[in-house]
Design a protein around this ligand. Sequence first.
Ligand SMILES: Cc1cc2nc3c(=O)[nH]c(=O)nc-3n(C[C@H](O)[C@H](O)[C@H](O)COP(=O)(O)OP(=O)(O)OC[C@H]3O[C@@H](n4cnc5c(N)ncnc54)[C@H](O)[C@@H]3O)c2cc1C
Length: 383
Amino acid sequence: MSTTTGRTPLPHLTGEHDDVRTRVQRQLAEAVLPHADSWERQGYIDADAWRALGAQGLLGLAHDGPAFLDSAVLLEELGRTGYAGVRAAVGVHAYMATSYLRMFGTDEQRDTLLPAVARGERIAALAISEDGAGTDLRHLSTRAEVLGEDGYRVSGQKYYVANGSRAGFYITLVKTRETTGDRGLSGVSLLAVDADAPGVTHTPQPMTGWRSADVCRVDFDDVLVPADRLVGRRDFALMHLMKGLDFERLVAGLLAVGGVGYCLELLNRFVREHQIKDVPLAAHQAVRHKVAELNSDFELIRTYAYHAAWLHSRGRLDTRTASVLKLRATELAVTAAQACVQYHGARGYLDDAAAARLYRDAMAGTIAAGASELLRDMIFEAH
Ligand SMILES: Cc1cc2nc3c(=O)[nH]c(=O)nc-3n(C[C@H](O)[C@H](O)[C@H](O)COP(=O)(O)OP(=O)(O)OC[C@H]3O[C@@H](n4cnc5c(N)ncnc54)[C@H](O)[C@@H]3O)c2cc1C
């Protein structure tokens, strides 16, 4: 049983995971923390830093099996850096986008793309959402004309693509077959499209938060994609998405748990140190109880997050568990960030304050990777 100091012990973790955590914390303290503010200002992670993360072995950890628990520790610690833009960029690259290649790609696709991803030399992005197709993907308008052995000709626009300007390739959701009537998401496929293919352009979409995540609109203008870049089954990507989105929500939940952990460390410290009328804020019962409630919710959700990670490591993650985790972790992040700014007063609302960044970042968590309302609907359906 893991005994991470100051936290409820986690049943699925061992002392070996504590060692992983210690190593990862040290690596992130070197590779991320000294640079993260400058990445936030420029809007993306430097190429050298991607390579440094790759060289530390942080971009190629397991997506499944018992070793996934090492990934769960990494994801929480990425969140605990306190920079949701960084955690999102790395989470999309090393987990969310590449999961489709790992689960449904051909051996050739995996051999060609994944080693460079693990080294941080080719950045992966996920291009699913569109202006008119976010929660409801049935309105997808990006089309891929099937050219037989010559592959596909892709046209359309993808919105809010993290790692958009630095990506080496986009895992892109396209319509490959026209369907009539309300046929759900049938006739869609996934293509791994090279970012330097003629006809691919990107335009930054600076966000209120997640500033290092390099969110862009990506345009595909008659882009020719070779036939061997089809990921999974043509016209049947819905099946792949169902599995991929559960995994994405597990990853988003673990990252968000780490973010809440960072926020509460800040808050716990501040209410003990900051004095008003010669007493610390924590001298007030209302403050203590509010902070205690946040810490209690955090302990519950963190334990649930590792339960979900353990289920996944056994091949048993289900939609309900992934949705509950993502919903609760990202909503707690909003509540915790709000309290953090409130108790910091104006100093927490300064543009470069950590509390203000947490507050800006938290709101994206309840929208990206499935808006809270969609998750509530799915959880309701599952009961
Ligand atoms: C920071 C950030 C990064 C992102 N990165 C990526 C990326 O890398 N790749 C990618 O493909 N996409 C990405 N997205 C897009 C994301 O997946 C979509 O924003 C999300 O799916 C919601 O779609 P939408 O924004 O179009 O909102 P809409 O679908 O238009 O929904 C708008 C709002 O309606 C409400 N709503 C939705 N459904 C219901 C319901 N059933 N009942 C009641 N209310 C409802 C919710 O409050 C929702 O926020 C990112 C988004 C953000 C904010």
